[in-house]
Design a protein around this ligand. Sequence first.
Ligand code: AQP
Length: 329
Amino acid sequence: MKRIFSGVQPSGTPTIGNYVGALKQFVDLQDQFDTYYCVVNEHAITVAQDPETLRKNTRSLAALYLALGVDPNKSAIFIQSQVPAHAQAAWIVQCLTPLGELERMTQFKDKAQKQDNIFAGLLGYPALMVADIVLYDADLVPVGEDQKQHMELTRNFVDRFNNRFGTKEEKLLVKPEIYTPKAGGRIMSLQDPSKKMSKSDDNKKAFISLLDDPKTIEKKIKSAVTDSSGEISYDPEDKPGVSNLLDIFSAFSDQSISQLEKTYANSGYGQLKTDLSQALIAVLEPMQKDYQRLLASSELDDVLAAGAKQANEVANQTLARIEKAIGFR
Ligand code: AQP
């Protein structure tokens, strides 16, 4: 069975962008693949985090995985820092990755611009991501389109490592493929559809968090930027705001964009926004009830302990293979 690895940072409450780009895929793929889903708290500390908030967000994100439908009987759910092999392998990856490749990453450049102080971990972020993925021999990595460049870096690393340390017969590391959703691989900010929706955006109206209540969802969708033409059609170039709403609607209703265009051919933006809010609430409200129950239960801790045990077993085997290849063992 093919293997999948992915993760989300506990750097805030995930947005509907994180859901469409990644979390929705986590649930959809777990029946056909051997799946490993991680709360990547080591990635989160590449920018400043308050310890108590990080602790809370980490447990909250794990509860969200479960509430959204990731099934612990099908998937390993675990916290990155509870599997030491991630940090150990990341160091090796960093030592084998040219500085120029890391400096070219657009996510590094974007995030560095927003920081008062840039720490080395931010530059090393993609090396940790390479380690995450190769440790599980992942064939596929479900992520949003913003991760394309990091996935290319991962694939190049695997080629280089296999060529240098492996043989023609023995490929030491598995070369992973990116898996992005058909629609909505990049959900944009509701206030500025030229930039992607992010959970750490200072403008709270720019994103819908998975824990927003119905009233907040309605308000944020109502104030989403559109355009003055009044026509509902999918054209990301000229109508980025409306196209973004259609992408979100499609992901939350499982209707195609063209079906939605037909349905709303004779409607205005007001109707589209009302119906989109209802589609979001229909998915998020029941999920949030389950989330509250999980947060208060010990079930969550049991799931994370079992997930860490399973992940450690697999990751340690790969780490041993890597360490032997480079001359540590
Ligand atoms: N706007 C988006 N549309 C589609 N997919 C998205 N992802 C993030 N934003 C969008 C995908 O969500 C997964 C988890 O992302 P992450 O938390 O690990 O890091 P990120 O990409 O940096 O996400 P954010 O929300 O922008 O976080 P902050 O604000 O903390 O930096 C990834 O698969 C990502 O592609």
